[in-house]
Design a protein around this ligand. Structure first.
Ligand SMILES: O=C(O)CCC(=O)C(=O)O
Ligand SMILES: [Fe+2]
Length: 204
């Protein structure tokens, strides 16, 4: 059996979680518990975390959540008055990227990393369809740490779909998902462990 056959078989078992207008595949845990724990520790201690800043209606917003951005080249982009420059991949993150690529069959050239230290940190409804992302490209999110709910909401019909993202799991959003659906990581009052998400992306 060739590796292509393996990917096709892997893919056939996956169910599209969205009823229409996009494709979301939850691959479940792709890291064993020891590797997932070790990856979480490495992410927390070695990635260059910063609070995200933006000007919204002339007011400076600083997010509680922290982020870090990695890419193949030190590309930069400016939004809301701030210029961000991507850092080059640390070896362990490049290895995780290669594992994610082997599960998804896609190639990624950047990764936006998010660090939620507690349940009161989340991400509100949005879609990832910036002009510097490949149109209808894939976004693969590897979750590490505390389990959190993740939700999708259809932009026209308001239908919602939710799932729980487990430690060491992979979720892939593809096709027209960003055009037609919003997604969010709701805040929670539950006592949850810190969580990191590594969102691998395809930039133009
Ligand atoms: O933390 C997550 O799992 C998703 C984050 C997200 O939607 C994003 O980075 O655009
Ligand atoms: Fe997103």
């Amino acid at each position: 059996m060739t590796s292509t056959d393996l990917f096709e078989n892997d893919d056939m078992k996956l169910i599209n979680l969205l009823p229409r207008d996009g494709v979301v595949h939850y691959h479940g845990k792709i890291l064993d518990a020891v590797t997932a724990d070790r990856s979480l520790d490495k992410c927390i201690s070695e990635l260059r975390w910063e609070h995200d800043r933006a000007f919204i209606y002339g007011k400076e917003i600083v997010t509680k959540r922290k982020m870090a951005w990695y890419a193949d080249a030190p590309v930069s982009y400016t939004y809301s008055g701030y210029t961000k420059v991507a850092l080059v991949w640390p070896d362990f993150l490049r290895e995780i990227k290669q594992l994610v690529e082997s599960h998804s069959g896609d190639v990624f050239n950047s990764c936006l990393c998010n660090f939620y230290s507690a349940g009161e940190e989340g991400m509100s409804w949005h879609s990832d369809a910036e002009k510097d992302l490949v149109e209808n490209g894939s976004i693969a999110a590897l979750s590490l740490g505390g389990e959190r709910k993740f939700s999708f909401k259809h932009k026209q019909t308001g239908e919602t779909v939710s799932l729980t993202l487990e430690h060491g799991s992979l979720l892939i959003m593809k096709g027209t998902t960003q055009k037609n659906w919003l997604h969010s990581l709701p805040k929670t009052k539950k006592n949850v462990e810190p969580r990191v998400s590594l969102t691998f992306r395809q930039m133009c």
